[in-house]
Ligand binder design. Structure first.
Ligand SMILES: C[S@@+](CC[C@H](N)C(=O)[O-])C[C@H]1O[C@@H](n2cnc3c(N)ncnc32)[C@H](O)[C@@H]1O
Length: 301
């Protein structure tokens, strides 16, 4: 399953290629996390979606067909718990926003995220999902074949986030006079640094007062981010996966997310991944990883 991991301006993919395969990767981790004895999240759509994509390694992984030694077992537990913790953080962000009266939500780079179907949205709410066309199309078709019904009005926007997505979002019915809850999960490192800044500029411009944003980022940029990509790749390689994340991430210096958002009028709160593990009843294995420093961000305008 060698995946081409080179990047170029305007590149595109489906869920079995390039950056799209990383959506299948995290969905596989969510599928396994959902089977834990005491799960942090339960996403019953993750396994069927992964099987439908048909990448052999991930299908075998969710079906329990990968032979694992003790080290691989520990790696897998760490990977699945990390993704489960991340998923739970964004789930709670949206649940809080719904509880506090927001009714318009935008999931940027939705991939195989099934939140539109999985979370108990208020019936008068609308969830916009943005991702590349082949990704959006595949998920919509597969979920409908699975008989899944969105719990809110679901509006898909098929576009690259390096293009004029605000215009496409508006054309899909987005109302910039209403406060919005935005998520950018598992996205920033796949955008060139200047596209990350533009993303936050666009979000800010589309956000009326009271809007909220959740994202997470690596506090280190440049060569340190490249080392992190190497750590992710190494962990998955231990399990027998051959996707090279180092080529898919954009390194280079990028803005500090907290400073950038603060400078644009957002009130920003942060929580390191390590602390989220504790919040959800797990212990972050500091002896295994530097990734505890990843920062989960919630911001309000
Ligand atoms: C690691 S996956 C995360 C998917 C989802 N947020 C989740 O956590 O399950 C990265 C996602 O970002 C999307 N993505 C990355 N760069 C993008 C771009 N320039 N335009 C649209 N989508 C993009 C990919 O298609 C993929 O679905």
């Amino acid at each position: 399953m060698a995946i081409d991991s080179s990047r170029s301006p305007g590149d595109s993919w489906d869920l079995a290629s390039s950056v799209g395969a990383t959506a299948t990767m995290v969905a596989a981790a969510r599928a396994l996390a959902s089977t834990a004895a005491d799960p942090i999240v339960v996403d019953s759509f993750a396994a069927p979606l992964v099987r439908a994509v048909g990448l052999d390694f991930f299908t075998r992984l969710v079906d329990g067909d990968i032979t694992r030694d003790d080290q691989a077992e520990r790696e897998l537990q760490f990977i699945t718990e990390s993704i489960a913790v991340r998923t739970r953080f964004f789930d709670e962000f949206f649940r809080d926003a719904a509880r506090d009266g927001l009714r318009q939500y935008v999931i940027l780079a939705a991939g195989l995220d099934a939140r539109a179907y999985r979370l108990p949205w208020p019936s008068d709410s609308v969830v916009y999902e943005i991702d590349q066309p082949a990704v959006v199309e595949f998920k919509s078709t597969t979920m409908s074949q699975l008989g899944a019904v969105p719990a809110a009005q679901r509006q898909t926007v098929s576009i690259d986030l390096r293009d004029d997505w605000p215009n496409a979002l508006r054309h899909s019915g987005f109302d910039d006079t209403q406060p919005t809850a935005w998520s950018a999960e598992g996205l920033l490192m796949y955008l060139p640094p200047e596209a990350q800044d533009r993303l936050f500029d666009n979000i800010t411009e589309l956000s009326s007062a009271g809007s909220r944003l959740a994202t997470e980022y690596h506090p280190d940029t440049g060569s340190t981010l490249a080392q992190r990509a190497q750590e992710f790749t190494q962990r998955w390689t231990t399990l027998g996966c051959d996707i090279d994340l180092t080529g898919l991430f954009y390194d280079g210096e990028r803005s500090n997310v907290v400073d950038y958002l603060t400078g644009r009028g957002w009130l920003v709160g942060t929580r390191p991944r390590r602390a989220l593990f504790t919040d959800y009843g797990r212990i972050f294995p500091d002896d295994m990883s530097q990734l505890g420093d990843i920062v989960a961000v919630t911001a309000t305008l």
